[in-house]
Each structure stands twice: as C-alpha cells, then as structure tokens.
Design a protein around this ligand. Structure first.
Ligand SMILES: [Zn+2]
Ligand SMILES: [Zn+2]
Length: 166
C-alpha cells in the first residue's frame, strides 16, 4: 500500500494518461502529481521537493522533473516561466480556466487575477483579424503590496542616459 493518498480524481486521471502512454503508474509519480494537484500555488521544483520531503517521500530530482514533464504533456498541469531562472507549475483544471498573473520582482510572489476587459480585447481582436484564439498569456511584472510597504521599488534597468557613456 502506498503512503500517498492517490484518491484525488486528478491523480487518477494522470494514472489513466500514463497507462494510455504505456508508462508505469508508480507511487513516485502519483506522489508528485498529488503535491501539484493539492496546491493552490504556482510551485517551483524546489517547493515541490520540499513538500514531498515534508510528506515523508524520498524522490530524486530527476524523477520529479520527469514526472512534471509528463504532467505538462497530459495537459493537467501548466508550466510557467516567469523569468526567474526556473519554472513554476500549476494545476489547470481545479482553477479558473482563464486567469492572468502578477509577478512580484522582489519576493517572487505570483498573484492571480481575472479580467473581463482582457477577454473583451481578445474577442475584439478575434473579430477584427478573423483569428481564432486558443489561449493567451498576460503577465504583469512589478512590486507587490507587501514589498511596496516594506520599501521596495522597481530597480532601474539599463542605461539612464547613453550619451553620458560616450
Ligand atoms: Zn513581493
Ligand atoms: Zn495561475
């Protein structure tokens, strides 16, 4: 008997995907899937590993990466690259299907928001260009409220006045 409670319907769906692909449904794969499916956050691999350890699981990094790759391919999990040098993973099905992201450059927090305006823009562009949209991605980078209250500001990037350097 496995220690992980592989009873969420999403873990069973993932198991079905693995069997369809001719891949073994292992306890380790189920444990990784369980962590992603039971978290409301956008988890990094490090965070996923920490939660597995906290749950008493000992699973190597390679297995975690491989399982995340399979989860993304099964389309149950979405992979994000917010430019932090690592990927984040979120469960696609238990959440609002259409949401956008705010990413704090100071603390790395990811905040979700929904926007009827953005969906209206998508509809208008579809009509104007006869383009059938499958998905879109809106990411706003900045400083979250907590970090602003702690005094963080947006770092100045690049040259302020290129003429001065000549
Ligand atoms: Zn922040
Ligand atoms: Zn999200």
């Amino acid at each position: 008997m496995s220690a992980v409670k592989a009873n969420t319907p999403f873990v069973r769906l993932f198991g079905r995907y693995l069997r369809e692909q001719g891949l073994p449904v292992t306890h380790q794969r189920e444990a990784v899937a369980e962590v992603v499916f039971t978290s409301p956050e956008h988890l990094s691999v490090d965070e996923i590993e920490r939660r597995l350890r906290q749950g008493g699981e000992r699973i190597g990094k390679a297995t975690v990466y491989r399982t995340l790759d399979l989860l993304v391919r099964s389309r149950l999990v979405e992979e994000h690259d917010f430019g932090e040098g690592f990927k984040r993973y979120e469960h696609r099905l238990s959440r609002q299907p259409v949401h956008e992201h705010l990413i704090c450059l100071e603390c790395g927090k990811v905040i979700e928001f929904r926007s009827a305006e953005i969906q209206r823009v998508e509809a208008r562009v579809r009509d104007e260009h006869g383009f059938l949209p499958a998905r879109h991605r809106v990411e706003i980078y900045g400083i979250c409220r907590e970090c602003r209250e702690a005094g963080a500001t947006i770092p100045a990037g690049g040259l302020t006045c290129p003429i001065d350097t000549v």
